[in-house]
Design a protein around this ligand. Structure first.
Ligand code: PMP
Length: 454
């Protein structure tokens, strides 16, 4: 494999088959557990777990810090970290203590009553992201949904604009992609309530001219975006792009919603703080609960005041912003401990330094072996992509997908004790990840590449 040649497909297919066989041999208890799952839709607890590398998913035994142990007892270095849900590491001690105290000692995981933890978490998020008023959900998807409802209510406009091939959870308005024939539903979208081209507009990331053109229709309530795309590889903003997005949205009276669910890898206040951004709304979920479900959205003081004046909006009962367990005592106890004691400034320094080491190591491999790949870092997160030119938008990055090559690398790593994020080549560092873990990944990845190219 050189910068000009793709991997030999016949060789790749044979190597993949061999890794699949080794995986099956290595994981009999996971295979049996899956075979016995007769009442689970798709044979898995959640249908996306059916994305499997070798016919059955790897079952979890236990996990701690930067390591998981599968059902067959293999310890794996975990660079997936629950696709960011466990960015604080698995079961960090302060979060375990807070959750145990709330659930076992005090009791009352969910009572419809606020706890004092809520204000502490909101204040922490406010100081990290620079937005004054916060509310809680149970997932990042829900945080996005409620933020979009509020945006439509406050602007009186119907549509939402997203970047092509972005991902914001199962938010109906977001499954739209750009193409030469114009916007279209993202392929495979399951049962949309209405055609997404009626609810949404789309522009490529890093394309200010197209954003301006789309906003000129005058019907967009909010731009929902990640400051850097993280769900189709990592796509970084061009210099000036995010400043341009803010200027265009302001000029058009469109609210800017930064989804920091993944980009919180950039620092304690995500890209918003790291890059000095000023969105109207920030949404987040996953990592801030240390593994306990939570979502949150923060509004600027100005927006919160606009909302306060709209007394006809039913925010209290059945107005469409809900969730009986949202803001529950357990989530907030977990988030308080995770934010104030685990995902601290010094933890970020450690995680980012390791990610830099990881990125440099992968880059060295790319250079030494002449691989037609790129590697991109966003703070504690790094990802390699199978294209020699760094993609500038979701569509370009999507074109660099090579499922067979990805499956081979993931399986090769997994069979040797290293777990990357499924659906990605994403590697995330947590406070307990070590330099030796990073180096182990690089050694195994190097061996995989040499196997492929020799
Ligand atoms: N926003 C972003 C940027 C995400 O990547 C995801 C999930 N990968 C979500 C929102 C939704 O998170 P959840 O599935 O936990 O609701």
């Amino acid at each position: 494999m050189t910068a000009t040649t793709a991997p030999d497909r016949t060789r790749l297919a044979a190597l993949l088959a061999a890794e699949r066989a080794a995986f099956t041999e290595r994981n009999p208890r996971s295979a049996a557990a899956h075979a016995e799952s007769r009442h689970l839709l798709g044979g898995v607890p959640m249908t996306w777990m059916a994305k499997s590398l070798a016919g059955f998913p790897l079952y979890l035994g236990r996990a701690s810090g930067a390591r998981v142990v599968d059902l067959d007892g293999h310890e794996l270095l975990d660079f997936c970290l629950g696709d960011t849900g466990a960015m604080a590491g698995h079961s960090p001690a302060p979060t375990v203590a807070a959750v145990t105290r709330r659930y076992a000692e005090l009791g009352g995981a969910t009572t419809m009553m606020p706890t004092e933890d809520a204000e502490v978490v909101a204040a922490e998020l406010a100081s990290r992201f620079g937005l004054a008023q916060w509310s809680f959900a149970l997932s990042a998807t829900d945080a996005n949904r409620w933020a979009l409802r509020l945006a439509r209510a406050l602007t009186g406009r119907p549509r939402i604009l997203v970047n092509s091939f972005s991902y914001h959870g199962s938010v109906d308005e977001s499954f739209i992609v750009a193409g030469p024939e114009g916007p279209r539903p993202r392929p495979g979208n399951v049962g949309p309530p209405v055609d997404v081209t009626e609810t949404s507009r789309v522009a490529e990331f890093n394309d200010l001219a197209e954003l301006e053109r789309q906003l000129a229709f005058g019907d967009v309530a909010a731009v929902l975006m990640e400051p850097a795309l993280t769900n189709m590889g990592i796509v970084l903003p061009d210099p000036g792009y995010l400043i341009g997005v803010r200027a265009l949205t302001r000029a058009a009276g469109v609210l800017l919603v930064n989804d920091e669910t993944h980009t919180v890898s950039a620092g304690p206040g995500g890209c918003t703080r790291a890059w000095g951004l000023s969105p109207d709304v920030v949404t987040i979920g996953k990592a801030i609960g240390g593994g306990i479900p939570i979502g949150a959205y923060g509004l600027s003081a100005e927006l919160a005041e606009r909302l306060r004046r709209r007394t006809e909006l039913d925010l209290v009962d059945t107005g469409g912003i809900g969730g009986t367990l949202a803001g529950n005592a357990l989530s907030l106890a977990a988030a308080r401990a995770t934010l104030t004691e685990v995902l601290t400034d010094s933890a970020y320094e450690h995680m980012t330094a390791l990610s830099t080491r990881y990125t440099a190591g992968v880059q060295e491999l790319i250079t030494t072996c002449g691989l037609p790949w790129t590697v991109t870092q966003l703070g504690a997160r790094s990802e390699y992509r199978f294209t020699p030119v760094r993609p500038r938008n979701g569509t370009e990055s999507q074109r660099a997908t090579d499922v067979e090559l990805e499956d081979f690398l993931h399986l090769y790593l997994l069979n040797r004790g290293v777990l990357l994020t499924p659906f990605h080549n994403m590697a995330l560092m947590c406070p307990q990840t070590t330099a030796a873990d990073v180096d182990r990944h690089l050694t195994v990845l190097g061996a995989a590449v040499r196997t492929l190219t020799s």
